[in-house]
Design a protein around this ligand. Structure first.
Ligand SMILES: Cc1ncc(COP(=O)(O)O)c(C=O)c1O
Length: 424
């Protein structure tokens, strides 16, 4: 088929009429499909249900001589610290094991910087005249919302195939009001980009003007290949250490996309100096997080190799879904010159760039036809995509048959919106 921009007005009108009919037929089906958020499917949750069978015998409640059922161990069970240190490639003493959500640990970190300041802060951030924050785009809406909620000025940094545009980052950090940066270094949300080792090393070597510059290093998808072999990644803490920046990064991780979202275990990892500083503040906030769940996860995940084996089982569910997305896009819009997208081998999303000025309209049509997607603009600071182009597709929740339907609807809507933009 001819690419839409190359069609004559008559050809476009005919194509539009044909698609409008298809759209009305789809609408009549009264579908209720959801590709909005990165939630694992029921089949994937069922895979993790064995976790509830693991703590039956009295000895299952004891870990390294610690009774996991009672108060104590603010920074988490030593066994959980060892497990996450192995996964993240850092030292157990650099790990703090938290509750059921890494997002809460991230929020608390920013909140603490705001109220108390960080180890190298001259004053708490609430006393700063202005705080600016770097946001690689497109990015994760919940990250952006946290920093927006504290009144920081969000600065968009374009993503490249190798991670954030480092020339733009290095320029921006010369401003001492720039206090930090969001990062999802492996299978970024939503692009699925892996930061190259060169990018990671360049980040680790940065010399920001702010003495308390904070690298929020959210490695949520570090084990989440659904195709191909596990891709190793650098430990940002030791990379930063090499450049005298040991206290700059805080790494976040959780098992929520491995075991049970909302019932998993989260952690953060940082330098020992940061750990001592944070623990002092955390000891006021809590006596400790849920060690019973930590123990359940230690028994279930065992170690990195076994966790990767579990991820391979989950990949058998996730892989076909991502292939469905890629195949449908290629078949339906590949030749039309109206969209581009990446085909990541891991993570939870496919990021599509529609013809500028058509993302909102596409999603409006999807909604009309019963398909819920992440809101247009969500992947940008303040929810505003200046190009109105980026759309995040989250294929993990629906079963493949539903996903096929949802993707067909999506492609019809994408085409209608493009034709409307081109003029019909
Ligand atoms: C990049 C990223 N970080 C964190 C989260 C949420 O993590 P948690 O469930 O541990 O709060 C998500 C969920 O989609 C995510 O995409």
């Amino acid at each position: 088929m001819t690419a839409y921009p190359n069609m004559t007005a008559e050809e476009r009108a005919a194509e539009y009429a044909r698609l409008r009919q298809a759209f009305d037929a789809l609408k009549a089906k009264e579908l209720k499909l959801n590709m909005a958020r990165g939630k694992p499917s029921k089949a994937q949750l069922d895979m993790s249900s064995d976790i509830f069978q693991l703590m039956q015998a009295p000895e299952d409640y004891v870990s390294d001589g610690i009774d996991v059922r009672t108060y104590g161990e603010l920074a988490g069970l030593p066994a959980a610290k060892r497990l996450f240190a192995e996964i993240l490639g850092c030292r157990p003493e650099q790990v703090f094991v938290g509750g059921n959500a890494s997002l809460q640990l991230m929020y608390d970190t920013i909140s603490r910087a705001y109220t108390h300041g960080l180890l190298h802060s001259e004053r708490p951030w609430c006393k700063e005249e202005k705080v600016k924050w770097l946001c690689p785009v497109p990015g994760y809406d919940r990250h952006f919302k946290i920093t927006e909620s504290f009144g920081f000025e969000l600065v968009a940094i374009p993503m490249t195939d190798n991670g954030p545009d480092m020339d733009a980052v290095e320029q921006a950090i010369q401003d001492s009001a720039v206090k930090g940066m969001w990062n999802v270094p492996k299978y970024s949300n939503p692009d699925g980009i892996i930061y190259s080792d060169e990018t990671v090393r360049r980040i680790a070597a940065m010399k920001p003007a702010a003495p308390d510059f904070l690298l929020m290093w959210d490695n949520a998808y570090c084990l989440h290949e659904f195709e191909g072999e596990f891709v190793p990644f650098l430990d940002i803490i030791s990379e930063c250490e090499k450049h005298g920046n040991a206290d700059m990064p805080i790494v976040f991780f959780s098992t929520n996309k491995i075991t049970l979202p909302g019932a998993g275990v989260s952690c953060f990892a940082c330098s020992e100096a940061n750990m001592a500083y944070f623990q002092k503040l955390l000891s006021v906030q809590t006596i400790g997080f849920d060690k019973v769940n930590q123990q359940r996860h230690v028994l279930y995940l065992k170690n990195k190799a076994h966790t990767l084996e579990l991820m391979r089982q989950r990949a058998a569910i996730m892989g076909p879904k991502f292939r469905t997305v890629a195949d449908t896009l290629e078949r339906e819009v590949g030749a039309l010159g109206i969209a581009s997208w990446r085909s990541p081998k891991g993570g939870y999303f496919v990021s599509l760039n529609a013809m500028p000025g058509t993302a909102k309209r596409t999603l409006e049509l999807c909604k009309e036809a019963g398909v819920t997607m992440t809101g247009a603009g969500a992947t940008f600071p303040y929810g505003k995509d200046p190009q109105d182009s980026n759309i995040r597709i989250a294929p993990s929740l629906p079963p493949v048959e539903e996903l096929e339907q949802a993707m067909n609807v999506f492609c019809v809507c994408l085409k209608l919106a493009a034709l409307e933009k081109l003029g019909v």
